[in-house]
Design a protein around this ligand. Structure first.
Ligand code: UD1
Ligand code: CA
Length: 490
C-alpha cells in the first residue's frame, strides 16, 4: 500500500472556533498533541507523509520534528484559504499515484478505516474515494453533508446547505484518497463561491462526479472519525480516548475505582495488580510498577514507581523516582528529581525537591527537604527545613545514615550532619555536626519562677510606661520583663 500511496495531512488552519488565538493542533489529548495522532497513524501504516502547516507553523513543525525527526515533510500554506487551497499548496510533492488527504483534527481514526478506504479506492478504480459516517440528529451540525441527486454525488458544507441538516445525517468524515492524475487535472478548477469564500477540498467530489469519474465512499463509525473544532468537542474526544486507555490497563490487571473520573496519558505504563483511586491524574512518562496504590486525588507527572509503592491521597509528584515499598503522603509534594529509596516514608505536608532520600528513612510531617542527600534509616522530625537558598545560590545539605534530626530544625546549607548524629529539637544548624555528636543550637530557656502569677495580678494600666503606650497585652508583658526584672531567674 505504501508503494503507490502518500499522505497529506491538513494542519494549517487558524482554529477560529477554539477562540484561543492558538492552533488547536498543538492542544493535547491524553498528553499527546492533536496533530501527532494523524502523523503516528500514517507512520504505523508506513505511508510517506507531508503535513501542511501555516498558522503558527513553527509550533507544529517543532512538535512533528520532536516525534518524527526528518521522516515527515512539511509544506507551507501561507494564507489559509481553505482545505482545497491547502491541498493545492502541496502540488510539487505529489510523487505517488494515490494521494491520501486527511484533516489534522481527527485523533480517533483507526488503521482499519484507512485500509478499507484504500482497498475500496483501488478496487473501484475511482478518481476520488472518501469516508462517510452517519450522525443522529442531535449531533454536531457543522459537518459537510453527502448528497446524492440525479446520479451525482456531492458534499455540501453545513453553511452552504439549503434544507434541514438534521434530515441529512450522512456526513463527510474528512478523509479522502484521490488519484493523482485526476487531482492534477482538476485542482485548479476549485473556486471559492461559497459561504466561507474558501477553496473547499470537498468540491472535488462533485467535480469528479459531474465529469463522469467514479466516486466511492466507505462508511465508518462516527465515534472513530469525529473531528475537533471546539473545546467542547475536544473534551468529548479526550474522554473517549481516556476510557480507551483505561480499558486497556484494566485488561492488564489494573483496578480503577472510578474510570470515568481518572486521567491517564497515552504514554503512561501501569503494572499488574496496581490500584488507581478516584480523580487520580497520571501524566507524561509515568511508569507505575506492580501492586502499587495511588490513592484518590493524587497527581503524577513523569514519575517512576517501582513495585509495591503506596501513594496516599492528594499527593503531587513530578519528575521523581520512587523505589519499592516506599510510602508517600497524604498531601506530599515531590518534584524536580526527588529520589525516594526502598521502604522510606514521606508523610503529610512534606515537600522534597532535587534530593535523594535513602532506604528506610522517615520524614513524616511538615518538612521541606531541598538539594539534600539524606542517608539510610534517618529520622527527620516534624517541621524540619533545609535552607538551601541564600538568595543567589542553591546549597547542599548532607545528612548521613542513622542521623536523628529533632523536630523544628532549620538546617542552613551547605552543611553536613554526620552518621548517627543527633540534633536537638528547635535547633538552627549552621555548622557541620560530627559523627555521633549531639548538636544543640537554640537559646537557653529561662524560667521566671512565680512570674506568671505576678503577670496575672499586675493591672494592665500600671505597667504601661509613659514613653511606650502600646496597647497589645503581649507587648506590655515584654516591656514589663525588661523594666522590672532583668535576667532574674528566681
Ligand atoms: C471539514 C470538511 C467537512 C467535513 C469536516 C469533517 C471542508 C471544506 N469541509 O470541515 O466537509 O465534514 O471537515 O471533520 O473541507 N485547514 C488548512 N488550511 C485551511 C483550512 C483548514 O490546513 O485553509 C486544515 C485545518 O487545520 C484542519 C483541516 O484542514 O485540520 C479541516 O479544517 P476545518 O476548518 O476543521 O474543517 P471543517 O469545518 O471541520
Ligand atoms: Ca474540523
Amino acid at each position: 500500500m505504501n508503494d503507490n500511496l502518500q499522505a497529506i495531512i491538513l494542519a494549517a488552519g487558524k482554529s477560529t472556533r477554539f477562540n484561543t488565538e492558538k492552533t488547536k493542533l498543538a492542544e493535547t489529548i491524553c498528553g499527546q498533541a492533536m496533530i501527532l495522532f494523524s502523523t503516528k497513524l500514517m507512520a504505523t501504516l508506513h505511508i510517506p507523509t507531508t503535513v501542511v502547516v501555516g498558522y503558527q507553523q513553527e509550533i507544529i513543525k517543532k512538535i512533528i520534528f520532536a516525534e518524527h525527526n526528518d521522516t515527515i515533510t512539511c509544506a507551507v500554506q501561507e494564507e489559509q484559504n481553505g482545505t482545497g487551497h491547502a491541498l493545492a499548496c502541496t502540488q510539487e510533492l505529489w510523487n505517488n499515484d494515490y494521494i491520501l488527504v486527511m484533516n489534522g483534527d481527527m485523533p480517533l481514526v483507526t488503521v482499519t478505516i484507512i485500509k478499507s478506504l484504500y482497498d475500496e479506492h483501488i478496487k473501484s478504480g475511482a478518481a476520488i474515494s472518501f469516508v462517510t459516517a452517519c450522525i443522529t440528529h442531535s449531533q454536531e451540525q457543522s459537518y459537510g453533508r453527502v448528497v446524492v441527486a440525479d446520479n451525482c454525488i456531492s458534499i455540501i458544507e453545513a453553511k452552504d446547505f439549503i434544507g434541514n441538516l438534521e434530515e441529512n445525517y450522512l456526513i463527510n468524515a474528512g478523509i479522502y484518497i484521490i488519484t493523482k492524475k485526476f487531482l492534477k487535472n482538476y485542482i485548479s478548477t476549485l473556486n471559492d463561491n461559497n459561504a466561507n469564500k474558501e477553496f473547499y477540498i470537498t468540491d472535488l467530489v462533485k467535480i469528479a462526479s459531474d465529469n463522469g469519474y467514479i466516486v466511492t465512499t466507505t462508511k465508518a463509525s462516527f465515534d472513530d472519525i469525529c473531528g475537533i473544532n471546539t473545546f467542547e468537542e475536544l473534551s468529548t474526544i479526550e474522554q473517549i480516548k481516556r476510557l480507551e486507555i483505561i480499558k486497556h490497563w484494566m485488561k492488564q490487571g489494573v483496578r480503577f475505582s472510578h474510570p470515568h473520573q481518572t486521567h491517564v496519558d497515552t504514554t503512561v505504563i501501569i503494572g499488574q495488580g496496581s490500584y488507581i483511586g478516584t480523580a487520580v491524574q497520571l501524566r507524561g512518562n509515568t511508569i507505575i510498577g506492580k501492586n502499587c496504590t495511588i490513592a484518590e486525588f493524587s497527581s503524577l507527572n513523569n514519575v517512576i514507581l517501582e513495585n509495591d509503592v503506596t501513594i496516599h491521597s492528594h499527593c503531587v509528584i513530578e519528575d521523581s523516582y520512587i523505589e519499592s515499598h516506599a510510602d508517600i503522603g497524604p498531601f506530599a509534594h515531590l518534584r524536580s528529581n526527588a529520589t525516594i529509596k526502598h521502604k522510606s516514608v514521606i508523610g503529610n505536608f512534606v515537600e522534597i525537591k532535587n534530593s535523594v532520600i535513602n532506604t528506610e528513612t522517615k520524614i513524616k510531617h511538615l518538612s521541606y527537604i531541598g538539594d539534600a542527600t539524606v542517608g539510610s534509616r534517618v529520622n527527620i522530625g516534624a517541621g524540619t527545613i533545609t535552607c538551601n537558598y541564600d538568595g543567589i545560590t542553591k546549597h547542599t545539605t548532607i545528612i548521613n545514615d542513622h542521623a536523628f534530626i529533632g523536630s523544628n530544625n532549620t538546617i542552613v546549607a551547605p552543611v553536613t550532619i554526620g552518621e548517627n548524629a543527633f540534633t536537638a529539637a528547635g535547633s538552627t544548624i549552621t555548622a557541620d555536626v560530627p559523627t555521633n555528636a549531639l548538636a544543640i543550637a537554640r537559646s537557653h530557656q529561662t524560667n521566671k519562677h512565680n512570674y506568671a502569677q505576678k503577670l496575672k495580678t499586675t493591672s494592665v494600666e500600671s505597667i504601661i510606661t509613659p514613653e511606650n503606650n502600646s496597647d497589645t497585652f503581649s507587648f506590655i508583658g515584654a516591656r514589663c520583663i525588661r523594666s522590672t526584672t532583668p535576667a532574674d531567674e528566681q
